[in-house]
Design a protein around this ligand. Structure first.
Ligand code: MN
Ligand code: MN
Ligand code: ZN
Length: 281
């Protein structure tokens, strides 16, 4: 079972493995650099060597990178759009050098330009970026969002449209986040709603595109479009929903990663991982 959590890289990217091991991860997510800066410190050859050494020593695999929250691939402001594309390119470089297969990102916020215009600009950005990173193995993994503010990607149709407009489809994957699904109005808290949601996902996007699952409970109610993560079983989704996803054979080999609130001692991760394992039948 590929189960883990988002881990800090404080002290270097390679340090995440030790943290992941401490809480019993078999997969994990990291940021590739400081998450609130446009330009992180470049990765040195030593960083890469240290990372690969640690990667070999552990059974934590795959590692997934989550993009910086500053990036908006459909920013209206030209200079922000340019900075976003450069930062995305830099993150793809980091993933490629570290041998990371999945780069998860939020599609973008249309900031008043309208949904269709936003989606078109995101696809343009991705086409440019894939062109500039020809031959890279890292996939651009679109995360389904809660639809907060003018965030795109809260409908499976958005994701479908984006993939349709991206030329190199082999570079594209999808990540679902249980909190985001629920907040966006997909009711995965009970069996009927759960089955309907993933049937729709399969019909509109195709389950073969699903590469990463984020496991977060939701503070907001169904359809609230609030992106607020709660500990597993303590939110509006509740244990029944997580039991369904944990036991879904279709998702057996897909990395499942927590992004729930935590302190430095990571005791919350231990608690949430234990709870998730407890749902396994
Ligand atoms: Mn995310
Ligand atoms: Mn997420
Ligand atoms: Zn979220």
């Amino acid at each position: 079972m590929l189960l883990g959590a988002h881990m800090s890289i404080s002290g270097g990217v390679h340090t995440a493995f030790e943290r992941g091991k401490q809480v019993g991860c078999t997969t994990m997510q990291i940021f590739s650099k400081n998450n609130n800066q446009w330009k992180g410190k470049p990765l040195t050859d030593t960083d890469i060597i240290n990372y690969k050494k640690e990667a070999k020593k552990t059974t934590i695999h795959p590692v997934v990178v989550h993009s910086s929250y500053l990036i908006n691939l459909c920013a209206k402001d030209k200079s922000t759009l340019k900075k976003s594309r450069e930062a995305f390119h830099d993150e793809l470089d980091r993933c490629q050098r570290l041998g990371i297969p999945y780069f998860v990102f939020h599609p973008g916020s249309h900031v008043g330009q309208g949904e269709d215009t936003g989606l078109r600009i995101i696809a343009e950005s991705l086409n440019l970026l894939h062109e500039k990173t020809k031959g890279y193995r890292v996939k651009s993994v679109l995360e389904v969002t809660a639809g907060q503010g003018s965030n795109l990607g809260y409908r499976f149709e958005h994701i479908r449209k984006l993939i349709d407009m991206v030329d190199n489809k082999r570079r594209m994957g999808v990540c679902v986040d249980t909190c985001h699904l629920f907040a966006a109005g997909y009711d995965i808290s009970n069996e009927k709603g759960y089955e309907k949601t993933f049937r729709e996902f399969d019909d509109i996007i195709g389950l073969k595109r699903l590469l990463v699952i984020h496991l977060n409970d939701s503070k907001g109610i169904l359809g609230s479009r609030l992106d607020r993560h709660e500990h597993i079983g303590k939110g509006r989704i509740g244990g029944a929903g997580f039991s369904l996803i944990m036991n879904d054979k279709r998702f057996k080999d897909i990395p499942k990663i927590l992004e729930t609130p935590k302190g430095d001692d990571m005791k919350e991760d231990r608690m949430n991982l234990k709870r998730l394992r407890g749902y396994l039948k």
